[in-house]
Design a binder for this molecule. Structure first.
Ligand code: IVH
Length: 750
């Protein structure tokens, strides 16, 4: 072996080679130690390899490998697991609860694909395993990485743990060069019972159900512990592939089976909705004798070409649905009703229950939705629960479905105490005493306190640091609660997070000297905060917690405006038109209410006002407003909410303070090598080769924006037969126009 040079003497070339050698050696040593119980290196030698690897990485940070051993689970990263970006996003499933939902699912797929009701269309039906999903990456047949789902984009690296699971092959033959197998890690009932007895005998932690046991066992920092836990794995899907597995779902599952994976024997092919429902009932009938937990049946379009055409919504495939089993139920006493205030001011009633076991989990809280629900009405004033209201002291029926928060479904009037009184929903915020009001059409009563309401402020901050927002390691909901009321180092607004380190340095009482903190944890926190000073615009927008601005809306806004200042300017410019819109909506509402003789005078007055409003709105505002609400996916509701947030003094101040601390990245146009990336496209007329929905989804997948109306900003009009005014307008504006075949040619689908 060549002489080992000190790290300080390595050239870049040497360092790269060394890192590659070390990665292999460490991986091998890890596998021998953890998975095969046959170590070849002493602990000291193993540690020396890892130390050398870290030293080289410290000197040449740019050379750190994506599969660096520093990030391996076996290497016990200080707190938690290393993160892994999924090559293909891990999706979840839409849910259906009854037969009609499944018929609707079939109908919507046919509509999307433009298939007649009678056209043949097959689905697979298989049990929905109640475990946790795992993605296994094989390269040249070798298992190289295992990752949990995480938020779908980034999961945890649990490779070394997965290697200890018997159902997971380390090596497979005749597989595509790149193969990501996805499936469910679970624990059987008998293994779960044994594990809990063992744990109890050792005075250790017992688990509430097999799902928690499986998750707890896979997510162990020490793979030796995972190895001692009887985990199992069913394969049912895939991620990145270097070549297709098969032409159908059924054949692809068969392929996975031939690679040595366990696949579920209850998977069957159905030619119609009635066959799907029949299989659902057959699986449901066997549920209690399967020996492992399932919580429904998953249907998938069998033809993989059709799956590809159907594609995905933001987090779920259009081509699959989970048909859930009915939720489990239990009766218990409602001890009290608490009101929680959320980040948008929503007052949410929470039932405090006498603890009761529902489907293996002890439940002591459940949601009561809103005041109408408690009163026995739905949002439209219709009767629910035969109009029975819910009172403190009542016997109530509680249910939970999967991971969903428990709910109160019913009330037993025969057990109602004689002295019970109807529940009065508060009209003041219990946290800040501001008025809590309900706007027209809103099922929810909301605190009007805005940022002066401590509950709203704290919930907004929790949202700000949450996983899909700023995702600051070590600054979660618990820490936000602590810092929010901290007399020395308060975090009252998002900007305060980014001045934390500086403020701490200026204090006599330093964070590192506090109970529960130390030099390392304090400096780790500051480092984690600093890491997030650079942020994508869409994440930032989502993080602000503006009502109606979810992940998708934030992404659409970011793609449209590209940078913060342009967006803020546009929102400000649109303000007069936004206000006019609100007044027009109010006037319309008033008109509906005042459709009586005595309302006529009021109506005339409103109409006059609306006219004034219209005249008052400058053209530039009207243009900015229609540009904003014309962004696909952004409507007047979101637009108004955004406009209100930017026009609210406290909130705007908080935004302005915050962005001073940030470097904001413009969104990367997805699929930038496509000819339509970043272009705004309008479809009009009849499309013959695909439905409008499919065309839109396809264009978006290629990075285009799809708009409903032709304007100066339109880059391309795709016009089918029967195109009318839009085609004329496009011609007037000199906008490129293609027919459907031209469009398919352009995007390479012809
Ligand atoms: S297919 C793109 N099939 O259910 C669709 N998922 O609620 C990928 N699950 O995240 C999922 N059994 O963890 C599929 N037979 C099955 C499943 C299954 C359980 C889980 C999976 C998924 C979750 C969605």
């Amino acid at each position: 072996m060549s002489k080992i040079l000190p790290v300080s003497e390595l050239t870049e070339e040497d360092a790269r080679n060394e890192l590659s050698r070390l990665a292999k050696e460490i991986l091998r040593a890890n596998r021998l130690y953890h998975a095969e119980d046959a170590p070849e290196l002493s602990d000291a030698d193993f540690d020396a390899l890892k130390r050398r690897n870290s030293e080289i990485e410290a000197r040449f940070p740019a050379l750190k490998r994506p599969d660096s051993p520093t990030d391996l689970v076996g290497a016990k990263v200080a707190d938690g697991f290393a993160k892994v970006s999924h090559a293909v996003r891990m999706m979840s499933l839409g849910n259906g609860f009854d037969d009609t939902d499944i018929a609707d699912f079939d109908r919507s797929i046919r509509k999307y694909l433009g298939l007649k009701d009678v056209a043949p269309l097959s689905y697979t039906a298989e049990p929905k395993i109640d475990g946790l999903s795992l993605s296994l990456r094989y390269e040249q047949g070798q298992l190289v990485q295992a990752a949990t789902r995480g938020d779908g984009e980034v999961g945890e690296n649990v490779t070394e743990n997965a290697r200890t699971v018997k159902d997971i092959p380390q090596k497979i033959d005749n597989a595509p060069d790149i193969l990501e197998v996805r499936g469910e890690v679970y624990m059987s009932h008998s293994d779960f019972d044994d594990l809990n007895s063992r744990q109890a005998a050792l005075g250790g932690k017992t688990f509430a159900n097999p799902r928690n046991a499986a998750a707890g066992s896979l997510r162990q920092l020490d793979p030796a512990i995972t190895k001692s836990r009887p985990l199992r794995f069913f394969a049912y899907a895939w991620g990145e592939l270097s070549e297709p597995l098969a032409a159908t779902q059924m054949a692809a599952i068969q392929r996975l089976r031939s690679f040595g994976f366990q696949t579920n024997a209850l998977t069957s092919l159905c030619g119609s909705v009635s066959e799907m429902l029949e299989h659902y009932r057959a699986i449901e009938a066997q549920r209690s004798t399967l020996g492992y937990d399932i919580d429904g049946v998953v249907y998938k379009v069998d033809d993989l070409n059709l799956q590809a055409r159907l594609g995905f919504r933001s987090t779920t495939p259009r081509w699959a649905i989970a048909h859930k089993f009915p939720a489990e139920l239990a009766w218990t006493r409602l001890e009290s009703i608490d009101i929680q205030v959320g980040r948008t001011g929503a007052l949410s009633p929470v039932a405090r229950l006498h603890p009761v076991t529902v489907g293996g989990v002890v439940v002591s809280n459940a949601t009561l939705h809103n005041e109408d629900y408690i009163a026995g009405r739905d949002a439209k004033g219709g009767v629910i629960r035969e109009g029975k209201d819910i009172r403190v002291g009542d016997w109530v029926q509680v249910y939970r479905a999967g991971d969903v928060i428990p709910k109160v479904a019913d009330v037993d009037l025969s057990k109602r105490p004689d002295d019970s009184v109807p529940y009065t929903f508060p009209t003041r915020c219990p946290e800040c005493q501001s008025d809590a009001i309900r706007e027209d059409g809103d099922a929810v009563r909301r605190c009007t306190g805005g940022l002066i309401c401590p509950a709203q402020a704290v919930e907004k901050l929790k949202h700000f640091v949450s996983r899909k927002a700023f995702d600051i390691e070590g600054l979660g909901a618990k820490q936000i609660e602590m810092f929010h009321n901290d007399p020395v180092l308060p975090i009252k607004t998002p900007a305060d997070i980014f001045t934390l380190e500086q403020r701490d340095a200026g204090n006599l009482a330093r964070l590192k000297n506090r109970d529960g903190w130390g030099e390392t944890s304090a400096s780790n926190l500051f480092a984690a905060i600093n890491e997030k000073r650079t942020i994508e615009l869409s994440r930032l927008l989502f993080a602000l917690g503006i009502r109606h601005v979810g992940e998708v809306g934030a992404r659409d806004l970011a793609l449209h405006y590209l940078n913060w200042n342009a967006m803020a300017r546009a929102i400000d410019a649109a303000r007069p038109a936004a206000l006019a819109q609100r007044r027009a909506e109010d006037a319309e509402e008033a008109e509906r209410i005042a459709a009586t003789e005595e309302g006529r005078r009021a109506r005339v007055k409103e109409a006059r006002e609306a006219a004034v409003v219209r005249n008052d709105v400058p053209d530039s505002a009207a243009a900015a407003w229609s540009d904003l609400i014309g962004v696909d996916g952004i409507g007047a509701t979101l637009g108004l909410s955004l406009s209100d947030a930017f026009a609210n003094g406290d909130e705007r101040q908080a935004f302005d303070d915050l962005i001073g601390h940030l470097t904001i990245l413009s969104p990367k146009a997805p699929a930038s090598d496509s000819p339509v990336a970043g272009k705004t496209i309008v479809f009009t007329g009849t499309l013959e080769k695909m439905t409008r929905a499919e065309a839109k989804a396809r264009a978006e997948a290629l990075g285009a924006k799809v708009s409903g109306s032709v304007s100066q900003k339109t880059d391309l009009l795709v016009a089918g037969p029967g195109a009318g005014s839009k085609a004329k307008k496009a011609a007037d504006l000199g906008i490129d126009t293609l027919d459907e075949d031209g469009w398919l040619q352009l995007i390479g689908d012809a």
